[in-house]
Design a protein around this ligand. Structure first.
Ligand code: UD1
Ligand code: CA
Length: 461
């Protein structure tokens, strides 16, 4: 197989988004649309990945990082002119080049692979990915010859009535022999309705040289949808959300109601896990097998092991090991590591807390900047007092300790192994292992107090 290169066009302005954010950076299922294009393409062993930037170049670079090569198109003079900016990186190289748009994010690896296979099997100089649309208005039309090969592409604005009647359109995605591409591009002129350098003119140029150009119709035209405004953005989101859910379901995940479940593109889920309605799985979240997630769970960048239950919870940048439970109504914040067989119950907030095997934080607690050992019980209403107004301090509770209800642990402080803390204590000194700490006012009972008090309904003397 020959080498593969890719040029992704992302220099256009995208005015119809009416946004401060550059069009190709708008997320679809949690990932910038241009990143979808790059990731899908990258999964095909690409030798060179060139992104052509122009409008919003700095923000696109900042978002995509150093993994790709950038070509700058200072002025947007048409799609051929855009591709030409990649010449310094690709000219003279052997291989097949994919030409893609940064605002066409739904293309699947399958479609790109099928396009490449067809291109190779036809031994064509160029293969155009086409789509047959009920309403082709606005798109370039595919003009085929008697043999069914592509003769040329005519832009809507330059087309005759007869050409406008053609419903097979140019998606703007191509596979081209790399050397032939640069030769053809050099000949493109801008004598057309828009005064632009049309990439589509390469088709006729190649044909005049006796080269073969073919068209490959996308099995699902929706995949080739370009995004120009926020209505199309929402359409793309819905399409991709469904595709992601279907893939998980085919892999053995139960999604009770896909229409109310939001799973981003890079999330992984193990078999026999059940995703209940109202669940958001975002970023680099990974879920193991045999879990129950939701109803109403919002997880971003969370690593979940097998047989974990999470419901009515918000979690971010955290991990949770096997057979643990979180929720209902828990808020698990960044830096938290929940061990195996741990219970994090209702109205519990954890932040940067490490909780070891078998421990319980069953209700109404705040545990922040803390290390909780194994088999610890954190009583209802426990608070780690971690902040002195300037600096955060650490709380350590060692294995087997028992923290009574409504305790304040004023950090920095350590409660030793198997120690007890009496309910209602404010602990600011370390508690030795095996000790009982009581830090509260002694109770005083004033006898017959009621008799001395005036009371409703009681005659006063
Ligand atoms: C282009 C095709 C048309 C096809 C349609 C599919 C040409 C001449 N026409 O038309 O046949 O049906 O796409 O959507 O190629 N871009 C740059 N720099 C430029 C111009 C464009 O980077 O100077 C980028 C845009 O950001 C966009 C893509 O290229 O991602 C397509 O540009 P656009 O202006 O939308 O092309 P169309 O006129 O719609
Ligand atoms: Ca367009």
């Amino acid at each position: 197989m020959s080498k593969i290169h890719a040029v992704v066009l992302a220099a256009g302005q995208g005015t119809r988004m009416k946004s401060k954010l550059h069009k190709v950076l708008h997320p679809v299922c949690g990932k910038p649309m241009v990143q979808h294009v790059i990731d899908t393409m990258a999964s095909m062993q690409v030798e060179n990945m060139i992104v052509v930037v122009g409008h919003g170049a700095d923000s696109v670079r900042a978002e995509l990082g150093e993994g790709v090569t950038y070509a700058m198109q200072e002025k947007q003079m048409g799609t051929a002119h855009a591709v030409q900016q990649a010449a310094p990186f690709l000219q003279g190289k052997q291989g097949t080049t994919f030409l893609l748009y940064g605002d066409v994010p739904l293309l699947s690896k399958q479609t790109l692979t099928d396009l490449l296979r067809y291109h190779e099997s036809q031994q064509a100089a160029a293969t155009v990915l086409t789509a047959v649309l009920p309403d082709p208005t606005g798109y370039g039309r595919i003009i085929r010859d008697e043999a069914g090969e592509v003769l040329r592409i005519v832009e809507h604005k330059d087309a005759t009535e007869a050409e406008r009647a053609v419903r097979e359109i140019n998606t703007g995605i191509y596979c081209v022999d790399n050397q032939k591409l640069w030769d053809a591009l050099a000949e493109v002129k801008n004598d057309n309705a828009q005064g632009e350098y049309y990439l589509t003119d390469c088709v006729a140029i190649l044909r005049e040289r006796g080269e073969k150009v073919v068209g490959f119709a996308a099995a699902d035209p929706e995949e080739t949808m370009g995004i120009n405004d926020r209505v199309q953005l929402a359409d793309a989101e819905a399409y991709l959300r469904r595709r992601i859910a279907v893939e998980h379901m085919r892999n053995g995940v139960t999604i009770v109601d896909p229409s109310s479940t939001y799973i981003e593109a890079d999330v992984t889920i193990g078999a026999d896990t059940i995703i209940q309605p109202g669940t958001f799985l975002r970023g680099r979240t990974t879920i193991g097998s045999d879990c129950v997630i939701g109803p109403q769970a919002d997880l971003r960048d969370v690593t979940v092991a097998d047989q974990v239950t999470i419901h009515y919870a918000v979690m971010a940048e955290a991990s949770i090991e096997r057979e643990s439970t979180v929720g209902p109504y828990a808020y698990v914040r960044p830096g938290t590591e929940i061990g195996p067989h741990v219970k994090v119950g209702d109205f519990v907030e954890l932040k940067n807390a490490k909780i070891k095997e078998g421990s319980k934080v069953p209700h109404l607690s705040y545990v922040g900047d803390a290390e909780i050992g194994a088999n610890v019980n954190i009583g209802c209403g426990t608070i780690t007092v971690n902040y002195d107004g300037a600096v955060k301090h650490k709380t350590v509770v060692e294995d087997g300790a028992f923290i009574g209800c409504n305790t304040n642990l004023v950090a920095p402080v350590t409660v030793g192994q198997n120690a007890y803390v009496a309910a209602g204590s404010t602990i600011h000194l370390d508690v030795p292992a095996n000790a009982l700490a009581i830090a509260r006012e002694r109770q005083v009972n004033k006898l017959d107090y009621a008799d001395k008090m005036p009371r409703k309904g009681k005659k006063q003397s």
